[in-house]
Design a protein around this ligand. Structure first.
Ligand code: FEO
Length: 170
């Protein structure tokens, strides 16, 4: 049975993962509005991944006799100054999520909650990937600068993102 402190912390992380989905859905809507369908598609797929992250923690809590308590989600932003600024915000958000995962890992170790530690290990690796993906896009946009052509090329590239089938079952 999971301890109360860990239960509370994991419920908060469910909120953070669903909050990430909500934020990226807002970004997808913004990219659609900017006529950047590839970036919008990339974000729509990310929304699905974030939901799977929330579900992973949800299932862990259920399996360990914990009680899931869903919390209110913050309202995401509606507008960004530019597509590049939106991607920067996505990268910063992933860094924030990584810091939260690391704190959860510290808590699991403190509480000697080994099952939580194993579950969180997946998230530690996942965050390396999530930060890397968004950081690369930010860097590409920095190189592209004001070039409209470059932006359209990147939009096309990002629109090729496929769903990673079975990833949530890893
Ligand atoms: Fe679930 Fe993008 O962190």
């Amino acid at each position: 049975m999971i301890g109360k402190t860990m239960e509370k912390a994991l419920n908060e992380q469910i909120r953070e993962e669903l909050g990430s989905a909500y934020l990226y859905l807002a970004m997808a809507a913004y990219f659609h509005d900017q006529n950047l369908p590839g970036m919008a598609r990339w974000m729509e797929i990310q929304v699905e991944e974030e939901f799977q992250h929330a579900l992973r923690i949800f299932r862990h809590l259920v399996e360990r006799g914990g009680r899931v308590k869903l919390e209110a989600l913050p309202e995401p932003k509606f507008e960004w100054p530019s597509p590049a600024e939106a991607w920067k915000a996505a990268y910063e958000h992933e860094r924030y999520i990584s810091s939260r995962i690391h704190k959860l890992m510290e808590l699991a170790r403190q509480e000697r909650d080994y099952p939580a530690e194993v579950m969180l290990q997946w998230f530690v690796s996942e965050q390396v990937e999530e930060e890397d993906q968004t950081r690369r896009i930010v860097e590409m946009l920095e190189r592209i600068g004001e070039s409209g052509r470059g932006l359209l090329w990147l939009d096309k590239e990002l629109g090729k993102r496929g769903r990673e089938e079975g990833k949530e079952e890893e």
